[in-house]
Design a protein around this ligand. Structure first.
Ligand code: COA
Length: 157
């Protein structure tokens, strides 16, 4: 009965995130998508908006829950009774940081293991920052994000 957490800022959720969510949800009993408040990033979307956009994007998945959180991820995982952290590993640039984070989270909560998934090849280059950048310069982001995000972005112009 494994419960896993996939955490991120999701400002906004992209097709790359959705790919990781869909694939990891097949590996566990319940996947909790944890949307970080993350004030250090000064997000474009408020926490409640980001949670709602993730909810709409995953509504076809029956074993996925979406919640907002602040504070330490290791503490949140304990509260949620989750044993696994899912992380996407897009390439060599991610590895050092991700291993450090995995070890730190395991130190903070020794029963917590990190599971890395490579992204599907078409989303390897994608990030929320790039989506926001394309949007800022009036580009069309429809191919990179769920439809609800494209729609929500129009109200940010
Ligand atoms: N597809 C598309 N984009 C992806 C991706 C994928 N598969 N995987 C990662 N990304 C993007 C993210 O969108 C993010 O883009 P951005 O910087 O443009 O917003 C970037 O890659 C980095 O991802 P990530 O490292 O997951 O950052 P994040 O801000 O989304 O999430 C938290 C980081 C919330 C998981 C982390 O800060 C955290 O755990 N915070 C809580 C405090 C804590 O416990 N800290 C650790 C111990 S000190």
């Amino acid at each position: 009965m494994k419960r896993a957490i996939y955490a991120g800022t999701f400002d906004p959720i992209t097709n790359g995130h959705l790919d990781i969510i869909e694939r990891s949800a097949k590996l566990v009993e319940t996947l909790i998508v944890a949307v970080a408040k993350n004030p250090s990033k000064q997000p474009l979307f408020e926490l409640a908006e980001r949670v709602e956009l993730v909810r709409q994007s995953v509504k076809h998945l029956t074993n996925v829950d979406v919640v907002g959180f602040s504070g330490l991820l290791a503490d949140f995982a304990q509260q949620q009774n989750a044993q696994i952290l899912v992380r996407g590993l897009r390439g060599a640039d991610d590895i050092e940081y991700e291993i450090q984070l995995a070890q730190l989270n395991n130190k903070l909560s020794p029963t917590l293991e990190t599971l890395f998934l490579p992204p599907s090849v078409e989303w390897r280059y994608l990030s929320s920052t790039m989506v926001r950048e394309i949007f800022k310069h009036q580009g069309d982001v429809a191919q990179f994000v769920p439809a609800c995000v494209s729609k929500a972005l129009q109200y940010k112009r």
